[in-house]
Design a protein around this ligand. Structure first.
Ligand code: NDP
Length: 452
């Protein structure tokens, strides 16, 4: 087939939308990648001939299942669970599990698609997957969460395995949920293997896994600033979210001399003009992980801070922004506000937190913008290292893992720079760089396999 016979980008996206009705998040994620890949493969016939992008945008399989559990009042509750196994060209499927009422097949397909590129960027042998359920752990007792996790695993266990598919945590799935799911997997299979990552240190977990995503997103920010001979020290940072990623991003920004002004949750954001220092971050971690409280409680504890109900933090003037809550939490208008207020760099701790319009605003303004698939890959990288430690039945020391995380983030940054150059642009296009570098690795493996 001649190159000129290939479908154009608009026709390709139209086809994705037609084949995946009612799945806007998935179509959005594919479009963001396709915009760069179509340009990259224009003169590379083999990727067209073997329909590589079309195949990556069609998950290997989507497993959907019923999850029944009994609440504390004896009511039978029914939820829906999924595992999306997107692509295992370069390693076992790997990606988190999300428990949140907003979880749908579309959200998990977008996340599994993104994960495929992200995992390739880490340089570790991991394919892309994602799973979850429309279950809300908020307000549930420990026993209710345990019964749900066990019921979820009663079906999931037959689809995963240390060499098949290795899930981890994500929104609503932390150490507690991983523990319950690992315990049930072990009971069902009578096997102790590294089938989940993010495990407790007592039973095969890795040091620094908890910190890795937020720290990694901050290292990526540091790497981007270094290309402009700049640094985090002395800069004001606005962060959204108050969970695992947000609190550890805040911690690392603070350690590197930045001043964190905001955190948020789905009810609003707190603004602390004095800066959210380590003592305050520890208080937030305790609030979220132990007391399972709301970020609005911060202003009762720390005077001088304000709570803005129902709002996101992007109107607060800053040089650095790290969206670390959820998808599509930063719109085109928010991006314009940030740029107008002097923001020079954005590093996405969350997955696809910036809308497509917002991404274009940052690109057009030529500010440093790191997409989640590059910036938040630190978490899955240390998960990959957890898999290696489990396979070898060893535990690496913290200093060694910290060094590996710094090296991996620097390697991802270098890959983005290699593929993200644009004539006439003074900054790297990190979206393009991440998309192309991730695609190339997966695509070349797929070419080696032929049509399977
Ligand atoms: P957590 O559950 O620990 O925290 C999520 C935070 O985001 C909470 O503050 C939560 O507030 C907020 N949030 C969730 N949904 C919404 C919403 N619809 N609107 C506004 N705020 C919301 O999750 P993580 O910190 O682990 O994950 C955050 C993001 O980072 C996600 O996009 C995740 O996919 C991504 N990520 C996480 C990795 C990890 O290692 N944990 C790895 C790579 C990416 P509330 O409590 O009110 O819901």
């Amino acid at each position: 087939m001649a190159v000129s016979d290939h479908v154009d980008l608009a026709t390709f996206i139209e086809g994705v939308k037609r084949r995946n009705p009612g799945q806007p998040e998935f179509a959005q994620a594919v479009q963001e990648v396709a915009e760069d890949i179509f340009d990259f493969i224009r003169d590379k016939e083999q990727y067209h001939k073997y329909q590589i992008l079309r195949r990556i945008a069609e998950p290997d399989r989507v497993i959907s299942f019923r999850v029944c559990w009994e609440d504390d009042k004896g009511n039978i509750r029914v939820q829906r669970g999924w595992r999306v196994q997107n692509n295992n060209a370069i390693g076992p499927y790997k990606g988190g599990i999300r428990f949140h009422p907003s979880v749908t097949e579309s959200v998990l397909k977008f996340l599994a698609f993104e994960q495929t590129f992200k995992n390739a960027l880490t340089g570790l042998p991991m394919g892309g997957g994602k799973g979850g359920a429309n279950f809300n752990p908020k307000g549930k007792s420990d026993n209710e969460v345990m019964r749900f996790c066990q019921s979820f695993m009663n079906e999931l266990y037959r689809h995963i395995g240390a060499d098949v598919d290795v899930p981890a945590g994500d929104i609503g799935v932390g150490a507690r949920e991983i523990g319950y799911m690992f315990g049930q997997y072990k009971r069902l299979t009578n096997e102790f293997t590294g089938v989940l990552t993010g495990k407790g240190l007592e039973y095969g977990g890795s040091l620094i896994r908890t910190e890795a995503t937020g720290y990694g997103a901050t290292y990526f920010m540091q790497n981007m600033l270094a290309t402009q001979k700049d640094e985090i020290k002395g800069k004001k940072a606005v962060i959204s979210g108050s969970g695992n990623v947000a609190t550890h991003a805040a911690e690392k920004v603070t350690q590197l001399g930045g001043k964190v002004l905001t955190l948020s949750d789905s009810e609003g954001f707190i603004y602390d003009p004095d800066g959210i220092d380590q003592t305050k971050i520890n208080w937030v971690k305790d609030l979220k992980n132990k007391r399972r409280g709301r970020i609005s409680e911060y202003v009762k504890e720390f005077t001088g801070a304000e709570f803005h109900v129902g709002k996101t933090p992007w109107s607060v003037p800053c040089e650095l922004a790290l969206p670390c809550a959820t998808q599509n939490e930063l719109t085109g208008d928010d991006a314009r506000t940030l740029v107008g207020n002097g923001c020079i760099a954005v590093s996405e701790g969350a997955n696809m937190p910036t809308t497509l319009e917002g991404v274009h605003v940052f690109k057009d303004a030529q500010i440093l913008f790191a997409p989640g698939k590059a910036a938040n890959a630190g978490g899955v990288s240390v998960s990959g290292l957890e898999m290696s430690q489990n396979s070898a039945r060893i535990s690496w020391k913290e200093e060694e893992l910290q060094r590996l995380l710094v090296d991996i983030m620097a390697g991802i940054h270098a890959s983005c720079v290699e593929y993200g150059g644009r004539p006439g642009s003074k900054v790297t296009d990190y979206v393009r760089g991440a998309n192309i570098a991730g695609f190339k690795k997966v695509a070349d493996a797929m070419l080696a396999f032929g049509v399977v």
